[in-house]
Design a binder for this molecule. Structure first.
Ligand code: ADP
Length: 485
């Protein structure tokens, strides 16, 4: 496939229904991480262009807020259909800019459509309350209104679906948006502009700006017309955005980093655990915030688990995501490869044993071997730091209490997984884990129907589920008095 023949490769920004360039005409190159080839450019916009995108969203909000829930629901249904009608083309575009296998890219695009359909349904269920008043002659009504203009900043690891779970509820609630995608993967986001046009979403409801993260982020967080910022990305940038949003007291949703534990108890079905481990670790080349960062395995099954995990990891087919059969694509860039290498070097220096992988892949570029490290120890860097790459460190533990303590000993709290056949343990451990998502005997659990979000420094708010629309709504209490009762 020649990426630049893709119908969705849009090399401009979208403000108020117009496709535009940066004021000075400056552009940024976008690479295919599998081949290094430049697949196109996008505008390099800054503060001034961002302010105009916000103005367009603010203007569109004046009329969009008056649409009915049923109109917005139908709009989202059309958007869902537009995504599914173009699933293959969108998947190819995603693979070409992000690197993941076509199988995973098709899955991601399908998930995007799933979020949009879910919020098409939720749009019509934004109920208020009539509450019994403590006064005889007054009535209490609580209604929900859209917050207004929202800004969405998204990462490169899921460039399509991370937007779906922001744009879906935003449109459902009646909000208008300004979107800033990651610089590495802008086309899957710009495609949302074309899809919105195809679905008849009014001009200015979806605006997309690419360019300098700090300038665009600075304007988004300081501009009083933006009422809410929703961000998915690193904890460090999330903290910075939180500080910047304080000046205008914006609502915020933060989906930040993770340090997911994956616990295998002696009573687990080890083969099932290995299967879950491969999905929970090597999906998207290990570059997801819910990817396992630390495997904790109980003493009796430790040897068996390490051996089977290493064999399964060594079997993964590494290659260009666009080729049939590829299971693990390249990492996003060479910086990511260097981080992974330095973590392996740190671990081996401190006694870790590379059981499989451990080095750059023979394919070169940013391809890396699926790696399993046994004898992992708390003092190794990946105990605390998010790996975001294909390394599986395996630690040994003795008791359930020890496993829970180790699992919770981190400032993160996004996803956790554990494998057991014991019912009591299933309840004890799932209640003790300080995590927003817990997979029991399952390694991949994200779905549109359930809330996604973290405890502790992994974030604020929830996306997906019926909870995911709440952050786009303000509750309004109306007291009607003087009723002459
Ligand atoms: P990652 O390490 O996964 O690239 P980042 O948190 O750096 O995660 O990036 C996630 C998103 O945040 C991207 O769209 C990136 O461009 C954006 N970003 C990075 N720095 C800033 C900033 N200072 N202000 C606003 N957005 C930023």
């Amino acid at each position: 496939m020649l990426a630049n023949s893709n119908a969705f490769l849009r090399q401009k920004n979208l403000f108020g229904g117009e496709w535009v360039d940066a004021d000075g005409g400056e552009t940024i190159d976008v690479n295919n991480p599998a081949t290094g080839e430049i697949i196109g450019t996008v505008p390099n916009c800054g503060k001034a262009e961002t302010a105009r995108a916000i103005d367009a969203a603010a203007e569109a909000f004046l009329t969009f807020r008056k649409t009915t829930a049923l109109e917005r629901s139908k709009m989202l249904r059309r958007l869902h259909d537009a995504i599914m009608d173009n699933q293959e083309t969108l998947a190819q575009l995603l693979t070409s800019e992000q690197g993941k296998s076509l199988v995973e890219a098709r899955g991601e695009v399908g998930m995007s459509a799933g979020y949009v359909l879910w919020y098409a349904e939720e749009a019509r269920r934004v109920y208020g309350d009539i509450v019994p008043a403590p006064w005889a002659d007054r009535r209490i009504m609580v209604t929900k209104q859209p917050v207004g203009v929202i800004a969405a900043i998204t990462p490169w690891n899921f460039p399509s679906s991370m937007l779906a779970r922001k744009i879906g509820p935003a449109i459902a609630a009646g909000c208008t948006s300004v979107i800033k995608p990651a610089t590495q993967t802008p086309y899957s986001a710009l495609a949302w502009g074309l899809l919105a046009e195809e679905a008849g979403v009014p001009r200015g409801v979806v605006n997309i700006v690419t360019g300098s993260a700090s300038e665009i982020g600075g304007e988004i967080t300081r501009n009083p017309k933006v009422k809410k910022v929703t961000f998915t990305g690193s904890t460090a940038v999330g903290k910075l955005l939180l500080k910047q949003c304080a000046g205008t007291v914006k609502k915020v949703s933060m989906e930040l980093g993770g340090n997911a534990p994956f616990i295998v108890f002696n009573d687990a079905d080890v083969d099932r655990a290995v299967e879950g481990a491969i999905a929970a670790k090597f999906r998207n080349s290990g570059q997801t915030c819910v990817c396992t960062n630390r495997f904790y395995v109980q003493s009796k099954v430790y040897g068996k688990f390490v051996e089977k995990l290493a064999a399964a990891a060594a079997d993964l087919k590494v290659g260009n995501g666009a080729e049939d059969g590829t299971q693990q694509g390249p990492l996003i860039d060479l910086r990511a490869v260097e981080t992974v290498e330095s973590m392996i070097e740190d671990a081996t220096r401190k006694g870790g044993k590379v059981v499989t992988g451990g080095k750059r892949h023979a394919l070169g570029g940013s391809f890396f071997e699926p790696t399993v490290i046994a004898d992992a120890k708390p003092r190794m860097r990946f105990t605390r730091e998010e790996i975001f790459g294909p390394i599986a460190p395996v630690y040994k533990f003795k008791t359930e209490e020890e496993a829970i303590e180790l699992a919770n000993n981190t400032e993160y709290g996004l996803a956790a997984y554990f494998y057991t056949q014991d019912l009591g343990r299933m309840y004890r451990v799932s209640e003790a884990l300080e995590y927003g998502l817990v997979g029991v005997n399952e390694g991949v659990i994200t779905t549109v129907e359930a809330p996604f979000g973290g405890f502790k420094e992994s974030g604020l708010g929830r996306e997906g589920g019926h909870q995911g629309i709440e952050d786009y709504l303000e509750a309004k209490y109306v007291c009607v008095g003087g009723l002459g009762m």
